[in-house]
Design a protein around this ligand. Structure first.
Ligand code: 5GP
Ligand code: MN
Length: 572
């Protein structure tokens, strides 16, 4: 049967489609839809080399690779993402709503949102031009600006306001380039999206593969075993090399017959599936894994547990936050996200992280366990699931109570005891930033709060219950840390140090120092607040005196708050 071959590009990627000349129109459309990885409700446009839109139909003019057509998804339905890729982040849908509002408006638009729309893949400037043309035409034909245009201009203003009100979402890097003048961002910065792009990944992968054959010095290998390790000094490709070193130096490569290329491919896939978010990103994955690695060495766990248990623990740490999108379980449940629906509100995130891990491992080229017998694979799978699910902080107390109860007669050969210890170790590693030197830990707190504040902002925008410890109006750096250290970190770390007293100096001492530091900061902030309140009061008293005098002269009503300072004056 005669077929047609159509050459086209989608997102700059060359593709070709082949279909029978008498193929039904819908099939041709679906073919292009799948090439663009578009959902059933997304809008696709095909352009010929002249830039004209052409119909996606069986009648398409066959072309050659030199006269490629261009396929674009010009609008994406945010509800149409397949289950496997997880729902769009709320900020994406919010921006899309704003954009759609904007589409209904004419434009003499010169708004900072043009770049936002651009970052989201919309060509706002060409739309602007078309709308300006329309506005001009109306003016010429009607002789004056019609009321409807004024109305639309008002909508544009309100759109601009809305955009400004979401500038806090700049943590995704969408606005950053606008304010930084000549500062040259990384070539991938402008394109930063929640999920890593192919170019971004390829760039890092190349670097990693180039570096992975380099020998890491003994000094770095030793440093890597300590909780004082400074992650901020290392870029992502280097971090992947360091992870490789951990697998090597724990003898996993030899013991579990892991091919170096498979380990590299696995680590690359892990890197790829951590998102561009402030806290739960690839560097967090590294820090948690590195702390786990440090704990294994500091406590000489190699002499107490089986190698397979250590492999489970290290790999669980590597995978424990895969594909985190920056919104916690409470948000997932309240916003009824796809994850909450899929996992029936039961640890939606942790279930997802774990499922993504095993999805990666399903591919034989990534599967670092592929040379192991089935029973070992099963044991590893069971162990990793247990460890990752244990990182849900709503289970914190239960796990800690269980650990405390077995501590007096702890037995490293008892499977139940071992399981609880492994859960405790990943939990300790997961929340161990404050056990690091202050200059390493403090930037992590900034990242965490950035992610927290973003979530609570979105909760406010979406009318969802606001998670109190994330509310930028209520939480400060010290207030966030003092409670967390006192009531969560120390009680947990102290129990682990009961089993391994040598950890006291490595993880408890720095946490106590951090507690002092943030307690001092909290006091200083409190003093500052009091001082500010006092000077504001003083200013009000001054103002009130003036207002009261002028009121007496002009008989203007003064609100009750304006009188309050007078009472203060009376009291002092
Ligand atoms: P993760 O989400 O990383 O798996 O689980 C750890 C959770 O513990 C974080 O999401 C966060 O809520 C909390 N957490 C971890 N480290 C800190 C910290 O230094 N300060 C505060 N306030 N919370 C933390
Ligand atoms: Mn984590």
């Amino acid at each position: 049967m005669a077929t047609k071959i159509i050459y086209f590009t989608v997102n700059g990627r060359p593709e070709q489609a082949e279909f029978p000349v008498d193929c039904p129109a819908q099939d041709v459309k679906d073919l292009f839809r799948s090439a663009a990885e578009a959902g059933p409700h997304d809008i696709l446009k095909l352009y010929n080399p002249k830039g004209n839109i052409i119909n996606i139909s069986p009648g398409l003019e066959p072309n050659s690779p030199n006269s490629c057509y261009k396929l674009e998804v010009v609008a994406a339905d945010r509800n149409s993402e397949p289950l496997g890729t997880f729902t769009s982040a709320p900020w994406e849908s919010y921006c899309l709503d704003l954009f759609q509002n904007c589409q209904q408006s004419p434009s003499s638009l010169v708004i900072s949102g043009a770049e936002l729309a651009g970052a989201l893949g919309f060509d706002l400037s060409s739309m602007e031009k078309r709308l300006q043309g329309l506005e001009k035409k109306i003016l010429m034909e009607a002789g004056e600006t019609p009321a409807v245009v004024y109305e639309m201009k008002k909508q544009v203003d309100s759109f601009r306001e809305k955009l400004e009100s979401v500038e806090h979402l700049s943590w995704l890097g969408l606005f950053k380039d606008l304010s930084e003048g000549n500062l040259k961002p990384s070539p991938f910065y402008l394109k930063r999206t929640l999920r890593k792009t192919r170019e971004e990944c390829e760039h890092v992968r190349e670097k990693f593969l180039q570096m992975s054959s380099l020998e890491v010095s003994e000094e770095v290998r030793q440093y890597l075993k300590t909780p004082t390790f400074d992650n901020w000094q290392w870029e992502d490709a280097e971090i992947m090399v360091l992870l490789q070193v951990m697998y090597t130096d724990l003898d996993f490569i030899a013991t579990f017959n892991i091919e170096p290329e498979v380990l590299q491919q696995f680590l690359f896939e892990v890197y790829r599936r951590y998102n561009n978010i402030p806290f739960h990103n690839f560097k967090h994955c590294f820090c948690v894994t590195q702390m786990m690695y440090g704990l294994i060495w500091l406590t000489d766990l190699r002499s107490k547990l089986d190698a397979i248990d250590l492999l489970i623990m290290l790999t669980s740490a590597v995978c424990h936050d895969l594909d985190h999108t920056g919104y916690n379980n409470a948000y997932q449940i309240n916003a009824r996200t796809e994850l909450a629906l899929r996992y029936n509100d039961i640890s939606p995130l942790e279930n997802h992280h774990c499922a993504v891990a095993f999805e990666l491992l399903e591919k034989t080229e990534n599967n670092i366990f592929r040379n192991l017998p089935m029973d070992q694979y099963k044991q590893i799978r069971e162990g990793i699931i247990k460890c990752i699910l244990a990182t849900d902080m709503t289970r914190h107390n239960d796990i800690l109570i269980k650990f405390k109860s077995i501590l007096p007669a702890f037995d490293f050969t008892n499977k139940d005891h071992k399981d609880v210890l492994m859960m405790i170790l990943i939990k300790v590693s997961d929340i161990s930033n404050e056990a690091r030197p202050m200059e390493v830990a403090e930037p992590w707190l900034d990242c965490l709060l950035q992610e927290f504040y973003n979530q609570s902002d979105v909760e406010k925008l979406e009318g969802l219950p606001v998670t109190p410890f994330m509310d930028r109006d209520k939480v400060t750096k010290p207030s966030s840390q003092t409670g967390f250290i006192r009531f969560v970190l120390l009680p947990l770390f102290i129990e682990l140090a009961n089993l391994f007293p040598c950890l006291e100096q490595h993880i408890i001492d720095p946490v106590r120092k951090a507690l002092d530091y943030y307690t001092e900061m909290e006091k200083a902030l409190e003093r500052e607040k009091q001082n500010r309140a006092q000077s504001e009061n003083a200013a009000k008293i001054k103002d009130t005196t003036v207002v009261t005098q002028s009121t007496a002269e002009s008989h203007v009503e003064v609100g009750p708050e304006a009188h309050t300072p007078q009472t203060v004056v009376g009291d002092t």
